[in-house]
Design a protein around this ligand. Sequence first.
Ligand SMILES: *Cc1c(COP(=O)(O)O)cnc(C)c1O
Length: 432
Amino acid sequence: MILAINGGAKLRTTPFPAYNTIGSEEEEAVLRVLRSGKLSTYLGTWHDDFYGGPEVRALEKEWCDYFGVKHAISVNSATSGLYAAVGACGISPGDEVIVSAYTMSASATAALLYGAIPIFADIEEEYYCLDVKSIEAKITAKTKAIIVVDIFGQPYDAPAINALAKKYNLYVIEDAAQAPGAMLGNTFAGTLGDIGIYSLNYHKHIHSGEGGIIVTNDDALAHKLRLIRNHAEAVLSAKGIANKSELINMVGFNYRMTEIEAAIARCQLKKLPDLLTQRLANTEYLNQKLAKIPCILATKIRPNAKHAFYVHPLQFHAKIAGMHRNRFIDAVKAELPPTLLREESTVLLSYGYVKPLYLQPLYQERIAFGRDGYPFTLSDVTYPKGLCPVTEDMHYNRLITHEFMRPGMTQNDMDDVVRAFVKVWENREELL
Ligand SMILES: *Cc1c(COP(=O)(O)O)cnc(C)c1O
């Protein structure tokens, strides 16, 4: 059989079904808000409307109940949520914040926004989250916080990293954008650190187009987060301050979510348990079938954890395959069609995830804000290639990620994915 990459027929040409969680519930919710005429009731001053309108408040209450957390603060994106979290922790120019090298770029730019220096630590080989040993090796007198990421939907190593943070008096900010509903023991990802952040952007498990939710059990942090969300400086001027230190990082933003997005997010939250059940069942099916191929290693799940599988990570064994990962994956992709609503991404199968963050020009050239490169002007730290060897090896050689486990994929669809991998494995001589 001739592989599609060599001019043979594709194994499948009919596009895979879309992942679309939006239905009549969301339609009705949006109409309800439109008909009310109140698309947002926020006021950036010290007033009851400082806390937003009825949909925003209902969403926050429902989020608290679902995730078992004291405060939920809705914002217009997880990026805004990460920025607010760093601000609320009082991070100051020249401070160091330890961040994963393997994550979405905003997990690290959050530190830069407050003049702090991102210090990249390496990831675990099995779970791809921050490695506690690598974190400890990077702690200095300037370190103030760790931004952990529940990458791909798996909770970070909370027992070890939280203990380390306690020992060195550091905040733990948990980027749970990819892990709504994941758990460690009985605790939800997002509520394992001091502050957690979820995303409601279009590509996430549940979404409102754009949006984010910050959670914390700490009253003082929650207060600051709400101020940063909504013009802190103007609100404090009306509310008054007891102590100058209350002004730290209280230059506010407009990170407010509208009533329409909140109404949609409320419907989406109700759908989360079912969506997760399907996602987990699909991943389990694919994981078992794909790991039968000798050059594919199945996903490992942290003991005591429940994974939410934003993407399904697999590892590639180049020695067994006799070729580099990219050659093999290109051949599998050639066999498969795009997914509806995601045509721009071609086939939802990738080598690795995003490039290790420190290899972005921002860090290589050390230019963030202004002509002189602030805040790198405050630090000698550099970001050489090889800084995080596990991250680089995973990204450039070993990791495979795909999204074929998203609800909406039938068993037939998933079997086609498996057949494409098997076809390439069985005809691998054609690629050598
Ligand atoms: C999607 C994502 C974000 C950003 O979310 P937005 O809501 O788009 O701002 C941050 N961190 C991680 C790990 C993400 O996957």
